[in-house]
Design a binder for this molecule. Structure first.
Ligand code: FAD
Length: 457
């Protein structure tokens, strides 16, 4: 019997899975394995919301493989040693896995390749599993990555799109392969109360429903905070429960302005992945280095705590921060507003905000989180680094009747019209009727502080 191992990482699905397909073509039996590696936790990638969602994804992947006659093997320990042990036990000739973009993932691939080669086993690292276009496949003249989105997008859309692969009909796992129990969501504590359910089935249903019901209005409505009509596919894409290639392919077949706008957003995901692949240090260091002008000390700490807890006194900022705590997810417009508020209105280091987002976001990933934070903070690839989003103007524009604010800030549920966006303007009895903090800082003072600080930087 020939055997291949499929090492699952950020690609927890059976549909459109090139490594699984290649393994089945080359061997009679396959060992699909996921390794819970403590090094991943130590590197800061684990957080309760993501662990809970991951548990759902693994349970569902196990079911998906069982439906086809197989099962998922779960191991705990160092990924390289666990895979090596499996290869030796099953006498596998090949290991297949998806290419990663983080420094951590690449170091793991390198180590795995070395160890397996010594054992006479070949490692196949498949591109185009996590992203649609592999990092490095489209490049500008004279550079190892695109630093500006629009020219990248033009090249990206011109690339041929792979036709998504169907799930395999059947697979066989060799007998006698030990597995830990597939982790269960119920064993994870400190999970956000309204965290989405993970898994390939759930993700595929969501994709199908969203394509049928909302994609046509996506272009006009994607910034509507209360309408909440974006796809919410980000956690499924992050864990690979839904293939980004398949999402783009199916959106493209539907066609229209909404589909084009959606595909463009998915391209942002690839864009950040190719930046991170070329500049792994951008996960922690400024992509465009400049003089550090962030506020530090007790006052800044107190402001940071108020931002985290959603009590800055700016309703749309607080609404978004509370949505994050409750759902482990935040609307993109909310992410832009809260990140701009932290870095430009409060002048606090983007790394503080990115860390808090990574602690809570179910879709939190190094490429999209760190590079979006840098984009907003003005240290990243944004071509207008001094743009500041005014939270009152943003609130009025993207939540005109205040429904989003009232949903997440119950103290303000009794206010409507303009008052809900600027409650500090109310006086006397009106002001006494709700218990909500005054703004941490006036917007014109904050703007002057930011301009002064960034001029000297
Ligand atoms: P949709 O609007 O339906 O978009 C479809 C898909 O396109 C998303 O699922 C996502 O995979 C991708 N996408 C959309 N916008 C972006 C973007 N700006 N950058 C990269 N990919 C995008 N996204 C993450 O997946 N993980 C993160 O950790 C993350 N952190 C962010 C931090 C900040 C400060 C900001 C401003 C944005 C961040 N984003 C992150 C991007 C974006 O906010 C989310 O992808 C989006 O809100 C997810 O909702 P959705 O699936 O409904 O998106």
């Amino acid at each position: 019997m020939t055997v291949s191992v499929v090492l699952y990482t950020s690609d927890l699905r059976v549909h459109d899975h090139p490594p699984l397909r290649a393994a089945l073509e080359g061997a009679q039996e396959v060992v699909p394995v996921f390794v819970r590696d403590p090094a991943v936790d130590r590197a800061g990638f684990a957080a309760p919301n993501r662990l809970a969602f991951l548990a759902d994804c693994l349970a569902d992947l196990d079911r998906g493989l069982e439906d086809r006659g197989g099962r998922l093997v779960v191991r705990e320990g160092d990924t390289v040693s666990e895979v090596q042990g499996l290869v030796r036990q099953t006498e596998a000739d090949e290991v297949h896995m998806a290419a990663g973009v983080t420094a951590f993932a690449r170091a793991r691939e390198k180590r795995l390749r070395r160890v397996l080669e010594d054992d006479g086993c070949r490692l196949y690292v498949h591109d185009g599993v996590v992203t649609v276009v592999p990092p490095g496949d489209v490049l500008p003249h004279g550079s190892d990555h695109y630093a500006v989105f629009t020219p990248y997008y033009r090249r990206w859309t011109a690339e041929p799109l792979r036709t998504p692969l169907p799930a395999p009909r059947a697979l066989r796992v060799p007998s006698g392969v030990r597995s830990e129990r597939v982790p269960r969501r119920s064993t994870v504590t400190d999970v956000s109360p309204a965290l989405a359910v993970g898994g390939e089935r759930e993700g595929r249903q969501r994709l199908g429903r969203w394509l049928a019901e909302h994609i046509d209005t996506y272009e006009e409505r994607h910034d509507d905070l209360a309408g909440d009509v974006t796809s919410r596919l980000s956690p499924y894409l992050h864990f690979g429960a839904v293939s980004a290639t398949e999402a783009v392919y199916r959106a493209g077949r539907r066609g229209g302005a909404g589909a084009d706008a959606f595909v463009r957003q998915v391209c942002w995901r690839d864009f950040h992945h190719q930046v991170l692949a070329a500049r792994p240090e951008a996960a922690v260091a400024d992509y465009r280095p400049r003089q550090d002008f962030w506020r530090r000390g007790a006052d800044a700490e107190a402001d940071l705590a108020a931002w985290r807890e959603g009590r800055t006194g700016y309703p749309v900022v607080d609404a978004a921060m509370r949505q994050l705590a409750h759902e482990g997810w935040m609307h993109n417009r909310g992410r832009l507003i809260t990140a701009s508020f932290l870095t430009k209105t409060l002048c606090i280091d983007w790394r503080e905000g990115a860390r808090h987002f990574l602690d809570l976001l179910v879709d939190g990933d190094v490429a999209n989180n760190q590079l979006n934070w840098q984009w907003v903070a003005g240290t990243g690839t944004d071509t207008r680094p001094y743009r500041v989003l005014n939270p009152v103007v943003q609130g009025k524009r993207y939540d005109p009747d205040g429904s989003y604010i009232r949903r997440w800030v119950p103290e303000l549920a009794g206010l409507d019209g303009p008052a809900v966006h600027e409650p500090w303007r109310l006086t006397g009895l009106d002001r006494a009727s709700f218990d909500y903090p005054d703004p941490l800082v006036g917007l014109s003072d904050a703007l002057a502080r930011f301009r002064q600080a960034s001029r000297t930087a």
